[in-house]
Write a protein that binds this ligand. Structure first.
Ligand code: LER
Ligand code: MN
Length: 268
């Protein structure tokens, strides 16, 4: 059983500190490689202007891969979401995510749909229907591109729709696309799930990606999540995909990246 270890890193044109590594892309890639990571999760601010050729060259030079592309700024910076009451805003959100999917196709990576679900206003059913129809359109594009869309439940303080893994599976089943998979994030699960191991067991057929951070969103070992229990359940259900660290840069981003991989490798 082997996992692919990845960490969130800002793409060169991104001017925002992610939950991971920000700043000098070259230096970050070298450091990540030296720390023993297999890949990076690219946090991309602008899918239109991201320097694809440069990113591809620098990542492959170190034998790393791009495990996924994070699209969160679509909502958190640009205010576009799949549950907006405005059809124009939903349309812009879908257009932007389709652009991310094309980038992912070039990088042979998957695309994360987390924050872009947004926060619905008004009725839950309208919010759900809007989310489902936007996601359906993105799933068709992902099928064409041969990549996966990773649907990520977020805790209630960040989104008011799809907070738990079982809600994610319900949406995936309703849409019925082979391109649509589930991303489970330990930070959100710690807030929303009754039992993290039990929640993971129940979604094993849909699970395709993991975000790891501790209860305080720092590197594993900084809070009170039981990662031994999580690794054991991942082995039990035969999960052999990516574990990507999405962590606060505390005390600094390289120390956090080192602690994250070292703590988890001890448990594998
Ligand atoms: C996105 O992966 C995520 O987990 C969000 O909570 C980031 O704000
Ligand atoms: Mn996450």
């Amino acid at each position: 059983m082997s996992f692919t270890f990845s960490i969130v890193i800002a793409s060169p044109e991104t001017d925002v500190q992610p939950l991971g590594l920000g700043g000098d892309f070259d230096e970050n890639i070298s450091r990540i490689y030296e720390l023993g990571y297999d890949g990076v999760e690219l946090f991309v601010e602008d899918p239109h202007s991201m320097p694809l050729k440069e990113v591809k060259e620098k990542i492959s030079k170190h034998g790393l891969k791009v495990t996924a592309i994070g699209t969160g700024l679509t909502y958190t910076k640009f205010g576009l979401s799949f549950t907006s009451p405005s059809p124009e805003i939903r349309e812009k959100a879908v257009d932007r995510i389709i652009r991310y999917i094309r980038l992912a196709e070039e990088l042979e990576a998957d695309v994360i749909i987390g924050s872009v679900k947004g926060r619905f206003e008004g009725s839950y059913q309208d919010g759900w229907n809007n989310l489902r129809s936007c996601l359906e359109r993105c799933s068709r594009e992902a099928e064409r591109a041969g990549i996966h869309i990773l649907l990520e439940p977020l805790n209630r303080y960040e989104s008011n729709i799809v907070n738990r893994l079982d809600e994610g599976v319900k949406l995936i089943r309703e849409i019925g696309s082979g391109a649509l998979k589930l991303l489970a994030d330990t930070f959100h699960m710690n807030i929303e799930e009754k039992s993290i191991p039990e929640a993971l067991r129940k979604v094993k057929h849909h699970l395709a990606y993991l975000h790891f951070s501790d209860s305080n969103r720092q590197a594993p070992g900084s809070g009170h999540i039981n990662f031994k229990e999580i690794i054991d359940v991942l082995k039990e259900i035969g999960y052999d995909g990516t574990i990507s660290f999405e962590i606060l840069p505390i005390p600094d981003q390289f120390s956090a990246a080192r602690q994250a991989i070292n703590q988890i490798k001890k448990l594998v």
